[in-house]
Design a protein around this ligand. Sequence first.
Ligand code: GAR
Length: 208
Amino acid sequence: MGRTLRLVVMASGRGSNFSAIADAIREGALDAKIAALICDRPKAAVIDRALTYGDIDIAVLTRKGFATRADYDRALAELAAGYDPDIIALAGFMRVLGPEFVGRFPGRVVNIHPALLPSFPGLDAQKQALEYGVKVSGCTVHFVDEGTDTGPIILQEAVPVLEGDDEDSLSARILEKEHSLYIKALRLIGEGRVGIEGRKTRVDEKRE
Ligand code: GAR
């Protein structure tokens, strides 16, 4: 078991999860290669981050010019497939991908979400958690299915909500956990230690 995992990372914004993955690869903590970053926003900071690594292809594909979301998703899928990825890792990719995309890569698209799913799916998860008043939130790495943040969960990590937390402070503490959790999940996948069984996963963490 275990081979270099070929990744396409898809991101829309700041790119700290992208950098965490790229840094882990560079430091030898993750046996993977980022074949490409695909971004839907031409001015996203993640593009500048990707440029600093020197060996990562960067592709920008905006929704503009596509008549329907399905057309756009098909084009995104075609673009991603061109890099021949084992896994497509969504890292703050702020669009829901429809069946035209997800159906092309069954069991091969993963996402990181800043809440303990199934609580607080969708946008502004940290804000949703604060407004609800939960005492514990966290982050989830999961496979992507055709719903919004509904696919089989791979790993989760809890983060306590502290007295006086605001969206920024909670998000920052969750983000720190996101980075390590995402790398751990990708490592487990690359080592063949994650299986999908219906709506659940079986994760063999014994040798972690
Ligand atoms: C992260 O907190 C990620 O979990 C979240 O966007 C942020 C991206 O930060 N994703 C979602 O909310 C997806 N629904 P980053 O660009 O610094 O990695």
